[in-house]
Ligand binder design. Sequence first.
Ligand SMILES: [Cu+2]
Length: 128
Amino acid sequence: MHRSRFALPLVAATLLAAAAAAACGGSGGREIIVRAGELDAQHMYFDPREIHVQAGEKVTFVIENEGASDHEFESDEAGIEEVVIPEGRTRRTTWTAPKQPGRYPVYCDIAGHREAGMELLLVVDPAP
Ligand SMILES: [Cu+2]
């Protein structure tokens, strides 16, 4: 009967460790929150408009679509695969910056959205 008393603290410790890992982004690196949405049909946005990462840095983009239509987050130039974020939802994608510093556009590729403002500048800064 005494044995079972040790089980609960162990489970609790395991859960705490899992929660701590999730809070730190686990193995997904630094979390960068990007909000997406539209003011009207001609004015849409990503916020922030510019993001800095370090060369070789692993980050997780957390894209929050606060708008009333679907949006995408992608960059052929930077090698970020297309993520579709349905209206009102949040999607995450983990990506590792190239080793070389550079500047890349990230955009929503739905027809007309990029032109309406859905493009941000992703700057890869030299590692310190
Ligand atoms: Cu869009």
